[in-house]
Design a protein around this ligand. Sequence first.
Ligand code: ATP
Ligand code: MG
Length: 586
Amino acid sequence: MKSIVDKKDIGLLKRCLMYLFPYKLRVITTFFCIVFCLILQIIEPLILGKVIALLFSKEFEKLSVMLMYLFVTELFVTILSFFQSYLFSSLSENIIYDLKRDMFQKIIELPVKAFDQMKVGEFISRLQGDTATVASILTNQLINTAIDILRVAIICIVVFQISIPLSLVIVISFPVTFLIFTFSGKKIRKQSEELAKLNDSYFSNLQQSITGIREIKSLGIKKIKINQFLDLAILLKEKNININIISTVARSLSQFTSFLSQLCVMAIAGFLIYKGQLNIEYFIAFTSYSSQLTGSLMNITQISSNIQKALTSLERIFNLLDEFGYKKEKFGDLDKQHIEGEIKFCNISFGYGDDLRVVDNLSFTIAKNNTTAIVGSSGGGKTTIFNLLLHFYEADTGAILIDGMDIKHFNEETLRTHISIVHQTPYLFNATFAENMLIANEKATEEEMITICKKIKIHDYIMSLPHGYKTVIEENGANLSGGQKQRIAIARAMLKKSKIILFDEATSSLDNETQQMVKELISSMSHDHTVVVIAHRLSSIIDSDEILVIDAGKLVGQGSHWNLLNDNFTYKKLYESELECRELIS
Ligand SMILES: Nc1ncnc2c1ncn2[C@@H]1O[C@H](COP(=O)(O)OP(=O)(O)OP(=O)(O)O)[C@@H](O)[C@H]1O
Ligand SMILES: [Mg+2]
């Protein structure tokens, strides 16, 4: 007969039990609570049998003593059960916390590539749903199963002392129950795996619908989204019902089996009492034990399906903790307090997948303390150059050097401290204006923040708000205009005071006047910073010290605006198409 858990599952459970390890004292206390409770519960039927026998023999003095014993036993059972529940819930909550802590630390360490391929909902589903399932099963249910197994073992020993034929009847029903829960457990495992995948899609769909609500409304696709949501909710509902049906059928079958065995017990007990081989006192104790046995076996039946659910969740949690098979972000250990800021790309080739090369044998140098612009048609690989410089992705071939040193050798802090970026679509946190701007540099002062905000013309707007710089920005700047978001992101990057500052289309949403202010701010910084600007509007970068022209991942030109306009076909085409656009608009 195949076991309900295989070798891999045992590995998962062992790893999971490690989470109980820090709470060994609590686990030991729980264990003793359980054992005492169990002993008392096993003694109780014997006292009860005696009480009933004394009732019939009318020995009231002895009866009152026995009733006292019964009262004290039950009182202790109640107290111990309370402690047991308290310890279970404290263990469970602590394990949930530990799992969430480990998972979040892992998520934040995952390479950017993992986030390209995983849906946000999948992370949430694992972090929320799976941890709760595992913790509840690991503490409450797994420990309860251990108690039930212990109870079954002890009761078996006791009942065999009372009557061998009656005990045999009960024991014969075990294999049947075992078969039922093995079979149902396997089915539930499969269904649980499907349920977990459905949950991923459900959370992902929900998250996308909420974050994309503006697009949904403006595209007029509310109905489509509602239908998608309902389809998933219905599938989830059906899957849950299916799982419940399997558990219920298994429970009912094992209930019926135990009823049959109890029926046989009654028949045989009647015969034994008639023959004088069993007295009423033990018969009462026996029936109480057999109902405890039935209850425990029923719980074991139930736990088997819960263990299957937990195994599915455990697999998903450890899969995340093992980084989904993604290699951890690799950094060196070189710690540099100061850098000069010269950047060099040496024969860099890179593709996001295996098939397409986005950057092809790219080599260029960006001088320190200069403003360099990167231009080129959309999809040409400009943002990818920044992604590689930030070490979000590793190049397939070649090396990226800062001050002549491969960025692979820098430790993470050095790389993140010395490079700032304002993204094409900046992300703002659900925090105050001040917190959003000062978050990356705890040494930056409020005065510096205000000076920069004045320069980029956002100060007056912030001051017009009821709480000024302490006003809370909604998630991802939902209560701000595109230009305001960009300005906050620019201020944040400036305040970080990195030697290298990257702007990826960072001024596209600004009006001409503010764009001019930002341009002036950038050029005032460039005498002691390396500034690299990606821009679609060539008019905004014609003053740059150097311009790199990128086309289909290749460097097709490098020089000043006027040199490129005379000598470079791609640049000339880009410039002319921009002029045409401007003429069309005016
Ligand atoms: N995370 C990603 N996963 C897979 N492919 C990507 C990813 N990011 C970009 N690409 C692909 O790489 C190519 C270059 O993209 P990139 O964002 O570098 O272009 P770009 O020059 O910045 O374009 P734009 O001017 O429109 O911002 C595109 O074909 C794009 O589809
Ligand atoms: Mg881009």
